[in-house]
Design a protein around this ligand. Structure first.
Ligand SMILES: Cc1cc2nc3c(=O)[nH]c(=O)nc-3n(C[C@H](O)[C@H](O)[C@H](O)COP(=O)(O)OP(=O)(O)OC[C@H]3O[C@@H](n4cnc5c(N)ncnc54)[C@H](O)[C@@H]3O)c2cc1C
Length: 402
């Protein structure tokens, strides 16, 4: 049996590991268009991912959690507040009986560990190795490589990122939801901040998430910032210098976090939630950002894809054990049914986070504030929300705050 994976991002590698572990006899190959980076980014320019507890469990089962954890910052609590309102809530790891609510890792560390594990499991990883096309011949998918080489497969997993060109080639369309917001992501350094706290701040313009990073420089904590706002405001901030940016951020977040002193490379983009209308075809699975790109403020995309990868591995192992063809629609539809519940919930919760707290006038603001204030007082409710945030009951409301 041969499984071909297009795209060696974190999701392509995760699917490769999950499938190879479930079907050790199968040949599994990852083809990545770009060479894997050999150097690490500057401390203030790295990108980060918040892993929830369900992801930790999966990485633990794969035997790499101890290594991953060494380069993570644990989130002991999440502070949720609304700009200019009296309500705020603190969710703590103790609410779910855990040492942390989630863990923040830098993508270059996690990516390198996933690559190492994939290769150690026996996955063939080729990079740079671009794939140009995909066709279905005689019921089996065929990969067309740059240079004309062709590979027939039992199963192709398309993990080539958002706006997948291979999914488009198959005629798979996407459902797009405009959020009418633009986000800026960057790392910021903060003086006087306490370690282990993630901050989620809802403003009239949109949500701001600050995830604690493992690195501490000169006694100052570093955070990975994702700041969503109205597009015109974002563009005017993009045009300004770092000082203007830090001043604006300080105004929006207030002083509870500490004093922002530096910002790294800033990236901005328009937010659109995209979901492929079909995620399975005979012999084909669409995965990761190619299948669903979520609003990043909730930090769900990779966590969700890791659960998808785990679900596919389980379905394939069960199918092969009873002699079913792993690429058949019967098998892949079972995967689709299993994951669509999780995807629907996670997408809904993410949309809610992105839009619920927008200013909508005093009448709608009151219950929202009361809910936040009450949240801090009602331990059982806090526990339930924090428990959801672990991702273990499929989906999360705000557990990863990223
Ligand atoms: C700012 C930001 C913060 C985020 N924070 C979090 C978080 O805290 N927690 C979380 O769970 N998620 C988070 N996410 C989401 C998460 O980053 C994505 O879900 C995840 O990275 C998607 O990975 P991917 O492998 O599907 O796509 P990509 O990372 O885009 O990888 C696709 C790969 O495919 C390759 N490729 C493309 N075309 C071809 C081809 N034709 N042939 C071969 N290779 C090809 C590309 O080179 C690329 O390497 C965040 C996202 C953003 C933008």
């Amino acid at each position: 049996m041969q499984v071909e994976i297009v795209g060696g991002g974190m999701v392509g590698l995760a699917f490769a590991i999950a499938v190879k572990r479930a079907l050790p006899e199968a040949g599994v190959r990852v083809m990545e268009a770009r060479a894997f980076p050999a150097s690490t980014p500057d401390a203030l320019d790295s990108r980060a991912t918040a892993l929830n507890l369900a992801s930790r469990d999966i990485l633990q089962a794969w035997g790499i959690w101890e290594q991953v954890e060494q380069s993570t910052a644990g989130i002991q609590s999440i502070h949720v507040s609304c700009q200019g309102r009296f309500g705020s809530a603190l969710m703590e790891a103790g609410d779910v009986g855990e040492a942390a609510l989630g863990y923040v890792t830098e993508n270059h560390c996690l990516g390198a560990l996933l690559l190492e594990l994939a290769q150690a499991c026996g996955v063939m990883v080729e990079a740079p190795a671009g794939v140009e096309g995909l066709s279905v011949e005689g019921g089996a998918p065929v990969i067309l490589r740059k240079g004309g080489e062709r590979h027939q497969a039992d199963l192709v997993i398309i993990a080539d990122g958002a706006d997948s060109s291979l999914a488009r080639q198959l005629g798979i369309t996407s459902e797009k939801r405009e959020v009418h917001q633009r986000a800026v992501a960057a790392n910021v350094r903060c003086e006087g901040a306490k370690q282990g706290i993630a901050w989620e701040r809802f403003t009239a313009n949109g949500p701001i998430a600050l995830l604690p990073l493992p690195q501490v420089a000169g006694g100052q904590c570093c955070y990975n910032l994702i700041w969503s706002m109205l597009p015109e405001r974002c563009r005017s901030l993009e045009a300004g210098g770092d000082d203007v940016f830090l001043e604006a951020l300080q105004r929006e977040v207030g002083w509870r976090v500490g004093r922002f002193t530096a910002v790294g490379h800033r990236t901005a983009w328009d937010l659109v939630r995209v979901r492929a209308r079909e995620q399975v075809r005979p012999g084909v699975v669409i995965a990761g950002n190619a299948a669903h790109s979520l609003h990043p403020v909730a930090g769900q995309g990779f966590n969700l894809s890791l659960r998808d990868a785990n679900a596919l591995a389980n379905v394939l192992a069960e199918a092969v054990a009873v002699g079913e063809q792993p690429g058949s629609m019967n098998v892949l539809q079972r995967y689709d049914a299993l994951t669509s519940v999780d995807q629907n919930f996670t997408t809904g919760a993410t949309d809610m986070l992105a839009t619920l707290f927008r200013a909508r006038g005093p009448l709608l603001d009151v219950p929202r504030d009361t809910a936040l204030a009450t949240l801090d007082l009602l331990l059982p409710l806090r526990r339930k929300i924090a428990q959801r945030g672990t991702g273990r009951d499929r989906g999360s409301v705000m557990g990863e705050a990223g």
